[in-house]
Design a protein around this ligand. Structure first.
Ligand code: KIV
Ligand code: ZN
Length: 394
């Protein structure tokens, strides 16, 4: 399956891990709309849901399977026959179906969640993969809580599930526990010690409990993983999942990594806003890549440098991710260059003295009003000073 060794496959779980967030539940038509946009974005795999969990989720997987053509459609299961049967049934219209089955791999999960032993869990993992493989060729296995699992046991489990037919092996840092070098080492260990690892793609699935999801995903890719799982805007359980837009833009910005995806990054901004509004989950303004301030320059020093050459303060061009525009925000910290830039944009050209006079009035205004828009600038330029005085009195 893997032809280009530097190609990274993008597995989107906005509609499964993302949708698990309380208050973010979507209707089937809303999910279909997002699935179409994910297809346009160029994701390789859409995790459409967890079919056994509810009739609604089951139906969403059915409808998404009918709706999209190119991406693999994936359904989540636990390692049992009932879950797998439901997933197989829900994927019956998928052009490229995938079952995502798995079980806990850390001693914490084995003892405290399954009240079981390493040996028994290994048997259940292999049985689940073999059972799913009877119906669907493409089987992804997840070793839940792999971030905290003993790496030798993890390697044994991964080798056994690949031998049973798994085509992709997902190594989730379910609790967002690992440091990037620890997670990277784990992937490296699997790559070097699992005998049949060349028969499967290693996938990274990182949660953001310590704010390290993106860093850990990149560490995984640097150590041999070739599939990355994440969501749009990084939404997901607790502190969220890896934000797909971040990983994709890191790979684009750091060419030296030598890795690439098939993603149309220009679609990021619009899709981010669609996911945010449908899931009623605002995007934090300082969110990397898609936050409203991601390309806004507000301090005088930065604005001056940006106006001289945008690359002074811009490592990604906003248009490359579909962002409407870089913006020079006018605040009380802005300098003369920023004011001049905006006035000229409005067709107002001032000489040095006029600009100096306007700048002083602008500062008084900006100390009294948080956001300065075009209307404010036009009023600021009226002959008398009444607008600035009125704002001061408020
Ligand atoms: O975080 C996790 O371990 C998961 C698995 C179900 C893949 O979401
Ligand atoms: Zn997860």
């Amino acid at each position: 399956m893997l032809h280009d060794p530097n190609r990274v496959y993008v597995f989107d779980t906005t509609l499964r891990d993302g949708e698990q967030v309380p208050g973010c539940q979507l209707t089937t038509p809303e999910k279909i709309e997002i699935a179409h946009e994910l297809e346009a974005l160029g994701v390789d795999i859409i995790e459409a849901g967890f079919p056994i969990s509810s009739p609604g989720d089951f139906q969403s997987v059915v409808e998404i399977s009918k709706a999209v053509k190119n991406p693999i459609v994936c359904a989540l299961t636990r390692a049992n026959k009932g879950d797998i049967d439901a997933a197989v049934e829900s994927l019956r219209y998928a052009k490229h179906p995938r079952i995502h089955t798995g079980i806990g791999s850390s001693d914490m999960h084995i003892k405290n969640k399954f009240n079981s032993t390493r040996e028994e869990i290994l048997v259940r993992a292999v049985e689940a993969v073999k059972y799913a493989k009877k119906s669907v060729e493409d089987i992804e296995f997840y070793a839940e809580d792999a971030g905290r699992a003993d790496v030798r046991y993890l390697a044994q489990m991964i080798e056994a599930v690949i031998a049973a037919g798994a085509t992709v092996v997902n190594i989730p840092d379910t609790n967002g526990y690992c440091l990037p070098d620890q997670y990277g080492e784990k992937i490296k260990f699997l790559k070097e010690n699992v005998k049949n690892i060349d028969k499967a793609i290693i996938s990274v699935h990182c949660h953001n409990d310590l704010g390290l999801a993106t860093a850990n995903s990149i560490a995984g890719l640097q150590n041999g993983a070739r599939q990355i799982e994440g969501t749009i805007n990084g939404i997901g359980e607790r502190a969220g999942n890896t934000a797909i837009e971040e990983v994709v833009m890191i790979l684009r910005t750091h060419h030296a990594l030598g890795l690439h995806t098939n993603i149309n990054a220009k679609n990021f901004y619009e899709l981010s806003r669609m996911v945010s509004s449908q899931m009623r989950m605002p995007v934090q303004p300082n969110k990397a890549i898609v936050g409203s301030n991601a390309f806004a320059h507000s301090s005088g020093i930065h604005q001056d440098g940006f106006l001289k050459n945008r690359e002074n303060y811009e490592i990604i061009r906003p248009e490359d991710v579909g962002f409407p525009n870089a913006s020079i925000v006018l605040t009380a910290r802005s300098g003369r260059h920023a004011l001049k830039f905006h006035l000229e944009r409005l067709g107002i050209n001032l000489n040095k003295d006029e600009l100096s006079d306007a700048y002083h009035r602008f500062l008084t205004l900006a100390d009294n009003k948080l956001d300065i828009n075009d209307d404010d600038l036009l009023l600021l330029m009226t002959a008398d000073n009444s607008y600035v005085q009125a704002m001061q009195k408020r």
